[in-house]
Design a protein around this ligand. Structure first.
Ligand code: GLU
Length: 478
């Protein structure tokens, strides 16, 4: 039978790394089994759901390469279907109308708190007579629909990640609210735990993979599945993503939305690669730099850990740098050129752009690093203290730069290639008796304003093509 998986995001915020990781695990399992990956937008909370968030979630999934197989479904368009199923539950006596007001619920909670009891509904309207119901309605009281959860109910499922999980009805908080408040004999809009069951059944979902924070929901949902006589999917609950303090990663942990990772210069394939390791690892496999399709071939739910997965910037950065290193040059150049364009930096030729990209490729961690690393090739860099001190403390450095300058000018050299650059350095070193190493360091200060930077000879080649090598040397001699 075809495996059908889904991501069911609520569009109440930007695509978050936790949701993206859930999407990834569902996508990987669907790909591995030649199944389908579907999307359902859970937008029944009309106050908090926004279409911009739906767009952001879909864009983010697309950016990560997590393509879906069928047109996404929106719960807001299916309200009448849920209500029909709620009526079914009312008819068979598995659900009932509950008129308990918010203040009465609050009162009950307070009482339970005082006695040190966990919050649990007391099901006081479970057995109202039709006369009592009519009376409440005529008093203008609003009602919710509650699903009966017997204290004795036993729930058990084989979780693909956690093994056997058992729950008891008495630990599920009393009879479950299925719909929002409504007046008269209306049924209000359905709530998450009910709509999810109806939809997973309607969409023929065979496997539900979601965060461990949904474990108690799964227990409640299984009871609804039973009452509606729906076939149960196979459940898997993934570990939470934790911050460095071991707490659930949240919006408070500076960066959590996929947009922010994109903005910071992470590659979609690197972020997806890293996210797969947030809770999953292939035993016995050493290679950690993998494409999504490579991961999908080796992915197994049984290899997903139960323990929380600590988020590590260090590892994410390393994975990103490796993906940049392995990237095809023209593709990387395409990414980098966007930054140059934003800065208004112009290059002499496409060949030059590719050469500069190759020069900085191995030292980049984030795509954004290309801005600082390519800046000296577009604009005059400031001579830093380290550079100034080097020129001042090493006799002959200015003199050597002067010699190089006059050589470049006398010979009317405009374009330097690697061999020629080496020849110039040799000649000047012989003429001035300054060691080649010192000479090259002086040039480095001229080009980059400090003693670090990419390969000097290749840098000189690129700078000479823009004719900025002369200007850069001159500014050290003023
Ligand atoms: N809308 C729920 C959420 O975003 C879906 C959970 C589920 O997968 O059932 O947490």
């Amino acid at each position: 039978m075809e495996k059908r998986l889904r991501l069911a995001p609520s569009p109440t915020g930007l695509l978050h790394i936790g949701t993206a990781r859930t999407a990834l695990f569902n996508w990987l399992y669907a790909k591995k089994t030649n199944g389908k990956f579907l999307i359902r937008i859970e937008d029944t909370d009309t106050l908090r759901s926004k279409s911009e968030y739906t767009a952001n979630i879909l864009d983010g999934l697309n950016w990560l390469g997590l393509n879906w197989d069928e047109e996404p479904i929106k719960q807001s368009e299916r309200i009448s279907i849920y209500k029909k199923q709620i009526r079914r539950l009312l008819e068979i006596g598995a659900a009932y109308r509950c008129f308990v007001s918010d203040s009465e619920i609050l009162e009950l909670r307070e009482k339970q708190k005082k006695s040190g009891l966990p919050p649990k509904h007391d099901n006081r309207h479970r057995n109202l007579t039709s006369k009592q119901i009519k009376e409440f309605i005529s008093q203008g009281r609003s009602s919710v629909i509650r699903f009966k959860i017997d204290d004795e109910a036993k729930i058990k499922w084989e979780d693909q990640i956690r093994g056997e999980i058992k729950w008891q009805g008495k630990d599920l908080g009393g009879d479950l609210v299925l719909s929002r408040r409504a007046l008269g004999d209306e049924i209000g809009d359905p709530l998450y735990n009910f709509a999810v069951v109806v939809d997973d059944n309607f969409m023929n979902i065979t496997h539900v993979i979601r965060g461990e924070d949904h474990i108690s929901n799964t227990a409640k949902q299984i009871l609804i599945y039973r009452a509606l006589d729906f076939k149960l999917p196979i459940f898997s609950h993934t570990p939470l993503i934790l911050n460095s303090e071991g707490k659930k990663l949240s919006k408070r942990d500076s960066v959590t939305s996929i947009d922010e990772f994109k903005e910071m210069g992470y590659l979609p394939e690197a972020l997806a690669n890293y996210m797969a390791f947030l809770g999953w690892s292939k035993k016995g496999s050493e290679n950690e730099i993998l494409s999504l399709s490579e991961i999908s071939k080796i992915f197994n739910l049984s290899d997903v850990n139960k323990a929380g997965a600590k988020f590590s910037w260090e590892k994410l950065n390393w994975i990103n740098s490796q993906h940049i290193k392995n990237m095809e040059l023209t593709k990387l150049c395409g990414y980098i050129k966007k930054y140059w364009f934003d800065k208004g930096w112009e290059s002499p030729s496409e060949e030059w752009e590719l050469k500069l990209t190759a020069l900085i490729q191995d030292s980049m961690i984030l795509l954004k690093d290309s801005i600082d690393q390519s800046k000296p090739f577009f604009s005059l860099s400031k001579i830093q203290n380290e550079g100034k001190e080097f020129l001042e403390n090493n006799q002959g450095t200015r003199e050597s730069l002067k010699s190089i300058l006059s050589y470049l000018k006398d010979e009317k050299i405009v374009k330097i290639n690697g061999a020629y650059a080496k020849e110039i350095i040799n000649k000047i070193s012989l003429k001035t008796s300054i060691k080649k190493g010192l000479l090259m360091k002086s040039l480095r200060v001229a080009f980059f304003g400090c003693l670090s930077g990419p390969d000097l000879i290749q840098s000189w080649e690129l700078l000479s093509e823009k004719r900025s090598d002369i200007t850069l040397i001159e500014r050290c001699l003023i």
